[in-house]
Design a protein around this ligand. Structure first.
Ligand SMILES: [Zn+2]
Length: 104
């Protein structure tokens, strides 16, 4: 994971573009880093490119359903897993393969 700090985003704290993690704060919280580390793991498990295709497909489906990009973003299984477990700093040590499927 390569961490790049101080990127300008409006609402979100960071973006993971494997192997890079771009974060807004100059001093990112442990929680934000953990959230992005969960995305790194998801991306590795899906061999990176399929992760993005899946992510975008889910986002489009939820956007068409809710007509709200922020709500659609929070419905994506990858985000639900990351938000649900970002406070658990041991999560990646005990997480099972493809755990994001629980959030579909
Ligand atoms: Zn996220």
């Amino acid at each position: 994971m390569i961490l790049i700090k101080g990127i300008k985003f409006k609402k979100i704290g960071g973006i993971t573009l494997y192997p890079f993690v771009l974060v807004r704060p100059k001093n990112p919280s442990r929680r934000l880093i953990n959230h992005e580390r969960i995305h790194i793991r998801q991306q590795i498990e899906l061999l990176v490119l399929p992760f993005y295709l899946w992510y975008i497909t889910e986002w489009i489906i939820y956007f068409l359903k809710y007509r709200d990009w922020w709500k659609a973003y929070h419905q994506i299984c990858f985000e639900q897993e990351a938000y649900d477990n970002e406070d658990d700093f041991e999560y990646l040590n005990k997480r099972k393969f493809w755990s994001f499927c629980k959030y579909l």
